[in-house]
Structures are given as C-alpha cells and as structure tokens.
Design a protein. Sequence first.
Length: 204
Amino acid sequence: MSLLAVENFKDETKYEQLAKIKLTEIVNFVSQYYSKKFSPVIGFHYLITFTALAGLLWSGWQSQSLDKFLTHFGFGVISFFLLLPFHEWLHGITYQYFGAKDVRYKFELRKMLAYAVAHNFIADRREFTWVALMPTIVINCVLTLLTILFPVYQLYFLTTLLLHISGTSGDFALLNFLWVHRDREVYTYDDADSQVSYFYATKN
C-alpha cells in the first residue's frame, strides 16, 4: 500500500498529472488507449479474444445445429450480463486486499458502464495492474476450465468467455496506459464523489 496521500500530488515539483478521467466518459479513454495505441498489452488481448472466437466457431461448426448454437449463444449473452457484478466485485476485493477502505460500485446498463472505484485510495503500478487483471484471470480461467470439463455445454461457456474477454477491453486500455508510461512511476486514485479517476507520475 502506498504511503502517499492525495495531497502529495499537489506538489508539482515532484508529480505530474498524466490523466483525469471522468468515469461516465471512460469510453473516450478506452478508444484512445485501446484502439489507437497498439502495444504488446493490446496484442495479448487480441490474441485471447480471437482464440475464444475461434473456439466458439469451431464448437458451433462441430455441433452442426443452428438451433443449439443460437440457444447456447443466447444463454451466454444472459450469463455475461449476470457476471458483470461479479467482475466488478473482483476489482473491488483486490482494491480491499491492498488496503482500500471505501470501495464503491456503479452500474449503468443503459450506457453499458460498470465500474468499481476505491475512493481516495492511492494504488501504485503493481497494485493497479492486479486490480485491472483480477477479473480476467479468475473469470476467464474458470470459464475455460468449465469448457473443458463439460464439453456438452461448450457453446454456452465459450460464448460467455468470448463476451467477457471482449468486455475487458476497458481494463486492458488502462493497462495499456501504464505500458505507454512504463518509464515512469505511476500512481492512481479515484474521487468517487465526483466520479473521476486521476493518474500521476513522478517527475523525471
């Protein structure tokens, strides 16, 4: 856990603000750091996305049943939305593991937005990397294991897996932001009251 306080970042001789992100407008940030700044981080996300897609298409072709494919696909879509609270909870408990005391959750399904924020908790690069990755590690591994253990439901689990991986593009955009600034020591914290995330770096 960082020993810094939010007030430390007011010292412009030591810290530089890299980004101020309104959580209600995070789509713009994702567009910039996922779609427009390719890196090994984004390349890895492409890889797991297309692997899941290839698995789903292969499984659908093997089933030779359009009705079965559409049924399992439909249940997979429903399961994806049901997983959203669990996805954000995994972000939240990871924040709490590192010491956050005030974790809040926001869901706006009409805008397809869901996020967990740790009010005024300062996370360093390592901590924030774990926060961002935890749902990808846990949920994707569980779904992959279920696909292997229960092949009769492959279409269902692979659909859910593909949609969940696609839904982590925001997490990977944040990880890519860290990659872009990998030469700096980066810190981040959320102001949950104003729904803004801040990223700061030490000055070189």
